[in-house]
Design a protein around this ligand. Structure first.
Ligand code: GDP
Length: 193
């Protein structure tokens, strides 16, 4: 498989990241509640494909039922295409993700990001977590260790450089993600031989 899917809550910076990865600028979603279709792009002249899936979770002006439908669509897309998907990039907001996860847990809900991480593992699409907006994070190591903990990975986060990628999409600082993806591509190529 040579497809990379980007999933994540709305407003985490998926469109911004997509633009950095592909060099294409595109409409960032339009009206709330309108389910975005998967968008396909090529990467750096290679025949890989990036698919930006609709954002899930809270969006103002979008009701519960529509939110559930969007999540169902995302899950179905990944399930249907799992054989072709090389990597599932779960994009999170590094500044907000821990608070959001913990708030959901306190309310007895399963946090979407944690659910999505395990879902990707379950369907055999090894997740890469793009921890975005790191420019807003002061206590970088602590925050990334907390994220590992919430995802069921034992800290320290530095053990998981192929999974946990701190980035700032807005300024184009996405090196750790490009390295993790590059690694994944090389592994896939080797398996093809
Ligand atoms: P999407 O809904 O996930 O596609 O998110 P967007 O790409 O539309 O970004 C949502 C907001 O986050 C916008 O205001 C972006 O400028 C901002 N944003 C995206 N990436 C970063 C980042 O790395 N740092 C900061 N501080 N803001 C960012």
């Amino acid at each position: 498989g040579d497809e990379v899917v980007l999933v994540g809550r709305s407003n985490v910076g998926k469109s911004t990241l997509m633009r950095e990865l592909t060099g294409h600028s595109f409409d960032t979603g339009g009206k709330p509640g309108v389910t975005r279709q998967p968008n396909h792009y090529d990467w750096a002249g290679q025949d890989f494909m990036f698919t930006d899936l609709p954002g899930f979770g809270f969006m103002s002006g979008v009701d519960e039922q529509q939110r559930e439908q969007i999540k169902t669509d995302v899950v179905r897309y990944v399930e249907d295409n799992a054989d072709d998907i090389l990597a599932g990039v779960l994009v999170v907001d590094g500044k907000a993700v821990i608070d959001i996860i913990d708030r959901h847990r306190e309310n007895g809900d399963i946090p979407h990001d944690v659910e999505m991480f395990h879902f990707l593992q379950d369907v055999g699409v090894d997740p890469i977590v793009a921890v975005n907006k790191m420019d807003k994070v002061d206590d970088r190591d602590e925050r990334l260790n907390d994220l590992c903990d919430r995802l069921g990975l034992f800290p320290p986060w530095q053990q998981y450089r192929e999974t946990i990628c701190p980035i700032t999409a807005k300024t184009g600082s996405i090196g750790p993600l490009e390295e993790a993806l590059g690694q994944r591509f090389r592994e896939a190529k080797r398996e093809e031989l």
